[in-house]
Ligand binder design. Sequence first.
Ligand code: FE2
Ligand code: FE2
Length: 131
Amino acid sequence: MTLLHWNPNLSIGIAEVDREHREFVDLVNRLHAELGPARTGPTAAAFVRRVQADVAAHFAHEEQAMRERGYEALAEHRASHVHLLEELGDALRELDAGLPLNDERFARWLSAWLADHFQLHDARFQRYPAR
Ligand SMILES: [Fe+2]
Ligand SMILES: [Fe+2]
């Protein structure tokens, strides 16, 4: 089963950025398929931890580019990144407490966050003129 579906709402219309974001969606799907049906305990926690690590790496990369260009809305953008990482942290705490990962809800929430963040925040940075 595919967890996340790439759709036109996720595109910000800049080929290079779209490719990187698409790779992230593919990676989440690959991890999800590899982990199989277990959605509780250490397997699900490993899945969320991988997502968290990959997301954190992508964010660090983006924030570095923003610092280099003196991006004016870095703090605001960073707050959105921190919010996602906190949500993933909450999901991990729930898993550690023995609660099952609700796959469908997780996918819906992650898709909505990605669509929102890509279009609102990442697209805004891509339009930032200073080089
Ligand atoms: Fe991004
Ligand atoms: Fe971002």
